[in-house]
Design a protein around this ligand. Sequence first.
Ligand code: FUL
Length: 472
Amino acid sequence: MKKIFATACSLIFCLQLITAQIPVPTPQQLQWHDMEFYLFTHFGPNTFTDLEWGKGTEKEEVFNPTNLDCRQWCRVAKAAGAKGIIITAKHHDGFCLWPSKYSSHTVRESKWKNGKGDVLKELSAACKEYGLKFGVYISPWDRNHPDYGTEKYNEVFVNMMTELFTNYGHIWELWWDGANGEGPNGKKQVYDWDRFKKTVKKLSPTTVIFSDIGPHIRWVGNESGIAGETNWNTLDTAGFSAGLGAPASDTLNSGNINGKNWIPAECDVSIRPGWFYHKEEDSKVKTPEQLFELYLKSVGRGATLLLNVPPDRRGLLNENDSAALVRFKNLRIKNFKINLSLNAVATITSVNLIKRKALVNDKNPTTFVEIKDIGKEKIQLHFNKPTNVNCVVLKELIKDGQSVKKFYIEIKRKDKKERFMQTTIGHKRIITFAAREADDIFIGFEESKRSIKIAEVETYLIDEQLIEKPKN
Ligand code: FUL
């Protein structure tokens, strides 16, 4: 009896060990996944000098928006269906959009509001008022600060972050740009990433930190807003660092299948060719259709979409950008309005033909179906009449990790069956194909890391024009 008890105990212990090793998101990362789409605003001296990378020698007086209104930014963000705004508190030119005590190159030295203004104060208050999350980009690379390139600068950077975390309410996401060039004295800085991380952990443990390699969110490896069709939320970071020491772009794009850490990808991309506002780009704003395509290739591949919409010289989001954003939102609403799965009966069918109910079309992402018999069980959506479809949206229950390695969507109409092979799912996977009628849709699983938990399977008929090249 004693022996059985001891064996059982060690089995439980082993099981616990195995489960403990599966990377899963923290509650903050889970919330971040659900944010799906939010805005980036690049704003600073470059807005007024027409540069992308300011030299750091620009006079503070160049920063002088005539009509800055962060509440307008928030109204546009809300109208676009974005969930938050991340602002460039300090870009590579070192200019601080808040009156930092640790720099003499800030809004305080500018003419804007006679040096009494504070963009971060205005934006954080506006975000609070409009129910948007507030995030901050702060570039470690600083082409202005006299201490850059010396150990003292790491202290300056920590002090600046301390100001950010102390004076502007909760910062939901912190964005560390990996760029590391020379400072005003021609020197390069050795960034003390460990110290930076510890500082944030101490001051604001619930903030999610972005850098090329996390610790919480990773760069997607390109600035065109496109995640890998195979996209693992897991990444190995040992031996790597942000910036030049980061893993190869294609690794960041797809993650590491057996990566040890949960570090999902964020797709940063600008609505215009540049990150900062340039008048000559007023006619080059991405169209709502292009934005929709980016949405499919970012959020629809399990990542999030961080869309940059730069304020202009007035300090307002430009009319062309806001018009595109509102129409982008309308496209999402219109095309994802009628979930055809709600008219279907969802079951799990297995080779022995035993069926059980599958809670995948109940509009509830917390209920799920668990598939243990990989290769033998599949999800079936049976429509009571032939239904025209061209889009399937799948959600894995990622709070318990990411598991699906290879699956297929099979469309059945009478005796005809067509299969589309796919790889990962994650938070959300949107798959489009040329429209066809279906009596049944099957989701079959061929390879997985362990048992699979699917929370939702939605089906749509979206506007064919929005599907780039329909896959047949
Ligand atoms: C890059 C920067 O160099 C660009 O100016 C921009 O801020 C982009 C989001 O990140 O690394």
